[in-house]
Design a protein around this ligand. Sequence first.
Ligand code: ATP
Length: 266
Amino acid sequence: MASAMLAIRDLTVNYGRSVQALRGVSLEVAPGTVTAVLGANGAGKTTLLRAISGTLGFHRGTVDGGTITYGDQQLSGLQPPAVVARGVVQVPEGRRIFGRLTVDENLRAGGLGAASRSGAAATRERILELFPVLAERHKQRAGLLSGGEQQMLAIGRALMAAPKVLLLDEPTLGLAPMMAERIGETIAAINEQGTSVLLIEQNAALALRLATNAYVLEVGSVALSGTSAELSASDEVRRRYLGVGETDEGGPLHREDRPKLTRWAG
Ligand SMILES: Nc1ncnc2c1ncn2[C@@H]1O[C@H](COP(=O)(O)OP(=O)(O)OP(=O)(O)O)[C@@H](O)[C@H]1O
């Protein structure tokens, strides 16, 4: 199946009666692109990924409105293995690898839910090429890897399911800048090989460099969206997410020339 569009429309998610984590969120991941989601702590970024991957129920959350579709397939309401089988795979938050298992065993576990297991050996080879350090340490217990290497393994394990869309939740969190950069390069390589990526990232500069389009979530709603170039040029994004002060020469374009961003009310 050729890559399709992942589309979220008017998504509303609650945790019990008291927490409305997402309110009418709409966004799209166009085929073959990296799409980034930025936002402060608590904005709802992780909740969005949980809703897509079908794991919301593990956290006592519920989808109470809207749709999640991949191509012509409805994802909302599916159990996590069914979402994986349709080609949409999440790298879990906090790089949850199996610490007592070896690198190889972790990778094999990632292939269990794949839609097709026929290409598993070739997929494993491709992953080990992407992450040479995993090839070097394939017999080692995963718990002995560094934080960055564990993140690579978590991504590698997700790739074993041969995703069409990869969902990444803060892959560079807590990593040294050089390691974060390496992870960024790997995400670009994965994308170049044909996998679409929905990237949640606190490192907005890195995310906007990798992504074609980006969305900013604020308290459960999409506040801004546009191409990465448009968002990178926005005073608000520069001030709040890129840590750049607003000056006359600060932006790449004069104010009147700056591209228009789509801004949602409420
Ligand atoms: N299991 C849960 N039960 C109740 N409330 C939750 C649960 N998980 C998240 N929330 C709440 O839902 C809102 C959105 O949280 P979410 O973790 O999706 O945000 P986030 O943008 O990913 O933030 P962070 O970067 O801090 O992880 C927050 O108000 C959070 O406190």
